[in-house]
Design a protein around this ligand. Structure first.
Ligand code: GLN
Length: 549
């Protein structure tokens, strides 16, 4: 007989940034290593329908899934740590829940009734949770925010009800809390944890397992104290110690007995966890022999959360090349043609990541020119492709003031433009857009097929002629300029199946210069590094004289 789907609800206490997303992902990895199938869902308490319209300064990276959903960056952790296939159903915000309830109310679905948080909103949340359960053994649901926030109350009420709704044998609650070491007292303190659990119990949720984030291992005495005050068994008090490398988190949890406790509480029989591959990856990453320096020339350089997947993909590409990757973030607003050589002196490779808006564009163009002329490996991602095309048009084809319509609507040479009409291979329909189109969820989003041309850097990397990568952009390369680009030494390395959308541009006579219209960083995995990142790092390494000291 098939077991019913089991549910793990993960909440956070005391303060934010304790690593709830990573912990949920690591739990998923451990359960998969025992042979279970898992999925992970994030419930976010804010009102935006999705994070797509939010500034990366506020919210960090927007992670894009294959189906084109713009989601929370924690979904990036989930995908990097597990094999779960994530979609729009893996991320719900309060806005999305309310939007759906209000749409139903307007349609008349609740005619005669007063629509309320309980039961209408909570029922909607519970149905959203159940949406991802089909075909998986365990659903992990992470609740965003911290216990005590007003905003997350409907979500907490909904997961409280799940205990009865889904069956008490099928549900456990895991609470991530903080156990600080107080220097002046010379000991760790459990009071914040006690208060946080008290607050959670006030809402009606008794945690089954406590993940205690701390900078040191908790002694048996401390665990016993937490156990006593929080009504959790001693072996369910898990030390979540700080780690140097995030991929060590599952190993640390396993050592503390987390996966054993989870399967015991959920009453599932599994094989022993198989963690050899992950252990080998950690070992390899700790003994790399080389060092390479990559300059990321972007706008959100003060906040590395904005480039989460990018940083991870570079790290994966580094390990694959037996190399440490030293990242230097350069604010493109501070670069000019005169300062470029100085600013980028240390860079063995230059990367211009995705981005929106005009600010810092000219600095990025200078960086691309510097990379092209000095034969420094260049990797342009989405906006980074646009930058490479503008630079090439201006300085090689000599189209003065060539630009993207995104930055200059009156440019005489709109080499990047808003394509008014294009065939969408994903939906099989013609798409139309202009400057008045709505901003939310209207970009070219999610996985699109791309045909790779033989003999290109892209073909060398992928080794196949047909790929699928994820997109998130409005503007495209203008086909009017394609012949000119090619006759001046640019190579169109990849196009959509109908040949109309340029997906990759490279340039000849350069060690490695590639811009792509998609975001390869979303698909890189520690044990399966993305081929473009791997080859970019390889090319940068050839340009580097450093090795790990
Ligand atoms: N701003 C550009 C566009 O919308 C590039 C987007 C991106 O880099 N993701 O087309």
């Amino acid at each position: 007989m098939d077991l019913p789907t089991k549910y793990i609800f993960v909440t956070g206490g005391v303060l934010s940034s304790l690593g709830k997303g990573l912990s949920s992902a690591a739990m998923g990895a451990l359960l998969e290593s025992r042979g279970l199938t898992v999925t992970i869902q994030k419930l976010d308490p804010y009102i935006n329908v999705d994070p797509g319209t939010m500034n990366p300064f506020q919210h960090g990276e927007v992670f894009v899934t294959d189906d084109g959903s713009e989601t929370d960056l924690d979904l990036g952790h989930y995908e990097r740590f597990t094999n779960a296939k994530l979609s729009c159903d893996n991320n719900f915000t309060s806005g999305k829940i309310y939007h759906s309830v209000i749409t139903k109310e307007r349609r008349g679905d609740y005619l005669g009734g007063t629509v309320q948080v309980i039961p209408h909103i909570t029922d909607e949340i519970i149905s959203s949770i159940k949406l991802v359960a089909a075909g998986v053994d365990v659903v992990i649901v992470e609740i965003g925010g911290t216990i005590g926030d007003i905003e997350s109350l409907p979500f907490l009420e909904a997961i409280r009800q799940c205990h009865t709704d889904l069956g008490k044998d099928n549900v456990i609650y895991i609470h991530l809390t903080y156990v600080p070491y107080i220097k002046t007292a010379g000991e760790v303190k459990t009071k914040p944890t006690q208060h946080s659990v008290k607050e959670l119990r006030g809402i009606g949720i008794q945690p089954d397992i406590l993940l205690c984030r701390t900078d040191r291992y908790l002694s048996a005495k401390i665990k016993a104290k937490i156990s006593l005050f929080c009504n959790v068994s001693e072996d369910a008090v898990i030390t979540a110690k700080d780690v140097k490398n995030i991929y060590e988190v599952p190993l640390g949890f396993h050592k503390e007995g987390l996966d054993k406790k989870i399967v015991e509480l959920l009453n599932i029989w599994t094989r022993a966890p198989q963690l050899d591959e992950l252990k080998a990856f950690i070992k390899k990453s700790e003994s790399v022999k080389h060092k390479v320096t990559i300059a990321i020339v972007g706008k959100y350089v003060d906040l590395t959360e904005s480039y989460k997947s990018l940083n991870e993909a570079l790290y994966h590409g580094g390990v694959a090349n037996d190399s440490k990757v030293n990242l230097i973030y350069i604010d493109s607003e501070t670069i000019s043609a005169d300062s470029c050589a100085q600013d980028l002196m240390e860079a063995d490779g230059i990367l211009v990541p995705g981005g929106f808006g005009k600010r810092g564009i000219e600095g990025k163009i200078c960086a691309a020119q510097y990379a092209r002329e000095n034969k420094i490996p260049y990797f342009g991602i989405c906006l980074g492709l646009h930058i490479a095309v503008i630079e090439f048009a201006r300085n090689v084809i000599l189209l003065q003031d060539a630009n993207s319509e995104e930055f200059d609507q009156k440019t005489p040479y709109p080499v990047i433009y808003l394509m008014k009409e294009w065939f969408d291979a994903k939906t099989g329909t013609m798409q139309r857009r202009d400057v008045t189109s709505a901003k939310g969820a209207t970009m070219r989003l999610g996985a699109y097929p791309c045909q790779i041309k033989k003999g290109t850097l892209a073909y060398q990397a992928y080794g196949v002629d047909s790929i699928s990568e994820r997109h998130r952009h409005r503007y495209e390369l203008n086909n009017t300029f394609r012949d000119q680009l090619e006759s001046h030494g640019a190579v169109i390395g990849g196009v959509s199946p109908d040949g109309e959308l340029v997906e990759i541009m490279e340039i000849k006579d350069h060690p490695w210069f590639l811009g792509c219209q998609f975001h390869p960083e979303f698909k890189s995995r520690p044990m399966n590094p993305h081929p473009l990142f791997r080859d970019f790092i390889k090319a940068a390494l050839l340009n580097s004289k450093d090795s790990v000291d």
